[in-house]
Design a protein around this ligand. Structure first.
Ligand code: SF4
Length: 338
């Protein structure tokens, strides 16, 4: 599918810094990407790469420690970073919803599940109490919670982990958002429930044409769900490509490392090789290495990688990579992610 002209969300040169007692933490450092209506964009990378902070910055959900967010976050053509708190609150839930990794941290433990869903639609859809309660039961039915009427009257602690995640999805979808930011939505669940939740999100996406930004470190989930992938490392985007191309021909050494660490049944028997681990860890955002931030872990690093930040190379209309290995000539250089 060719994406339509106008993106639903356009993130431009996003910087998020935390001012801490130990100094300034550059968690997101000049990130650019777009999301089109109805598509699923995968945002991948190891923990600490800046994926979740990117999502939280989009919805301005960062409060502590004090965060400074700069750049542009255009949703349906309006820059969210230029809006006041009340206008952003209206967009949160109404236009953009978020699904968190651990639902217990975002569900209110002292409010019945049905009431939590109903509260959102009363605010965003101007429903009456009676209408919103019926709507909440309907949403729970839609995410396949059995006996939704009685479940709506229960508190979150009565729900299993899988049911709580479904309740979160029901809450996220209850106002029919055009975009969902799903931050590791199935990480805390066992594999059977994971598969069911993913299937459910796919079905709901089809039904409502909702776009999804799927944040995960799990490339298996990306392969099933996403049409395009953005790979982040140490606060920067290092590769962007359609999902099929990135699996077939990853161009950044970090992407190759991530793909090499996915277990594939029969891989050792077929190739005689073990799973590859990326050596080392993601650097602290306070101590990003000079040059290419990946160079201390990169087995293909060139001499200039430790001193010169790599340029972004546009490979095709829909593929970019930030790596010196792809810098054949100066004409290829773009400033998209710089
Ligand atoms: Fe490796 Fe150099 Fe490419 Fe960075 S720029 S990923 S260090 S080859």
């Amino acid at each position: 599918m060719n994406p339509p002209e106008a993106p639903l969300l356009a993130v431009r040169n996003l910087h998020t810094r935390f001012h801490t007692l130990d100094g300034v933490v550059n968690a997101v450092d000049g990130v650019d990407f777009e999301v089109y209506p109805g598509e699923t964009l995968g945002l991948v990378g190891e923990s600490g790469c800046g994926k979740s902070v990117t999502a939280f910055s989009i919805l301005q959900l960062l409060r502590c420690p004090p965060a400074e967010i700069q750049g542009q976050v255009e949703f349906e053509g309006v820059d969210l970073l230029g809006l006041d708190k009340e206008a952003v609150r209206r967009i949160r839930g109404g236009g953009i919803s978020m699904i968190f990794q651990e639902p217990m941290t975002s569900l209110n433990p002292v409010l019945k599940i049905g009431e939590q869903i109903a509260e959102g639609v009363r605010v965003h859809k101007k429903m009456t109490h009676r209408q919103s309660r019926r709507w909440a039961v309907e949403m729970l039915r839609m995410v396949r919670i059995s006996s939704p009427g009685s479940r709506a009257r229960q508190y979150p602690h009565k729900f299993s982990g899988g049911m709580r995640q479904r309740a979160m999805i029901a809450m996220a979808l209850s106002c029919r958002p055009r975009l969902i930011l799903a931050d590791e939505p199935t990480t805390a669940l066992d594999v059977t429930i994971q598969a069911q939740v993913m299937e459910l999100m796919q079905e709901l996406k089809k039904e409502f044409n909702t776009a999804i930004v799927l944040i995960t470190h799990d490339l298996g989930v990306i392969a099933e769900m996403a049409s395009r992938v953005v790979v982040m490392y140490a606060g920067k985007i290092v590769e962007e490509a359609p999902v099929r191309e990135i699996f077939k021909d990853p161009r950044h050494p970090y992407t190759r490392g991530l793909l090499g660490s996915i277990p594939v049944i029969g891989r050792k028997a077929e190739t005689g090789r073990r799973l590859q681990e990326i050596p080392g860890v993601v650097p602290s955002p306070m101590e990003a290495p000079p040059g290419c931030r990946f160079h201390p872990r990169c087995s293909e690093a060139l001499a200039l990688c430790s001193t010169q930040p790599p340029p972004v190379i546009r490979l095709t209309d829909n593929r970019c990579v930030r790596c010196w290995l792809e810098a054949g000539d100066n004409e290829k250089k773009t400033s998209d992610f710089v």
